[in-house]
Ligand binder design. Sequence first.
Ligand SMILES: Nc1nc(=O)c2c([nH]1)NC[C@@H]1CN(c3ccc(C(=O)N[C@@H](CCC(=O)O)C(=O)O)cc3)CN21
Ligand SMILES: CC(C)C(=O)C(=O)O
Ligand SMILES: [Mg+2]
Length: 297
Amino acid sequence: MSSDTPRTHSENPTGGETPAPYGQPPAEQAPLRKRVRIHHLREMKERGEPWPMLTAYDTYTARLFEDAGIPVLLVGDSAANTVYGYESSLPVTVDEMLPLVRAVTRSVSKALVVADLPFGSYQASPEQAVATSARFMKEGRAHAVKLEGGRRFAPHVEAVTAAGVPVMGHIGFTPQSEHNLGGYRVQGRGASGDGLIADALALQDAGAFAVVMEMVPAEVAKQITHELRIPTVGIGAGPDCDAQVLVWQDMAGLRTGRVPRFVKQYADLAGALTTAAKTFADEVRQRSFPTAEHTFH
Ligand SMILES: Nc1nc(=O)c2c([nH]1)NC[C@@H]1CN(c3ccc(C(=O)N[C@@H](CCC(=O)O)C(=O)O)cc3)CN21
Ligand SMILES: CC(C)C(=O)C(=O)O
Ligand SMILES: [Mg+2]
């Protein structure tokens, strides 16, 4: 980014423009004081305070992220990729997602946990969306659900909200529609930007408490953020969204190989774990582990 590019928000303690993302711990993050509720997210928008969201799929990461002050955890259908090893998010099922949601909700006391509804579990009808959401609330003990889609899914959002379940929308690049959208590409460039605005407004009117915008031009995301009362959560949607989300294994550098442009790696967990595994293997082969310290007599 050039030095004369205007920045709307002041320096983020975990972000900024330092060339080396690893190493320097951010300023001490205030712990979450109480259970995060959807009205707190709206209040942060009103105060102009951007907030972070991360995915979580298990107990240790959920606890670490809550303790790090992350107010909202998403049990994403990205678990298809990050947990189950599928090529896309399409194959993951409700029965595969539910135990992960339950693990995360069981592990936190303050963070708001959002369960991502997997492909095929809500699209058929508002009734199907309500039934699946109820399973995530009852069996997963989630606090909210997320579903992909714009105007055409306003009836689904309205029905789930009416059933008492807070809904987070998701527009722009919606990975469950990869084959319809023609691959992983930015959405809402040029004239289709108006469609995105209509999608965002329809979700807000249907009762959504927030909306994820994925791979959307920054200018469009900024305009939508200003037009909505509810918070926008960006992933590849520029700096002006009310919140930002990343998949945790991307953010922490556990995923290796090419990563999407919107990913910033704040650690090198792949490197750290590789070194740990190799050192363990060497020590076992040399019989230098275990020593007396790790042995019972
Ligand atoms: N680990 C992981 N991270 C994610 O962000 C993520 C998942 N998994 N699984 C579900 C979806 C899929 N997502 C994806 C996957 C790939 C691209 C991607 O390849 N983006 C390229 C192409 C952009 C373009 O051609 O315009 C990029 O460079 O950003 C983006 C989002 C986001 N979600
Ligand atoms: C990337 C986020 C927004 C998501 O939908 C997921 O992790 O599944
Ligand atoms: Mg998802």
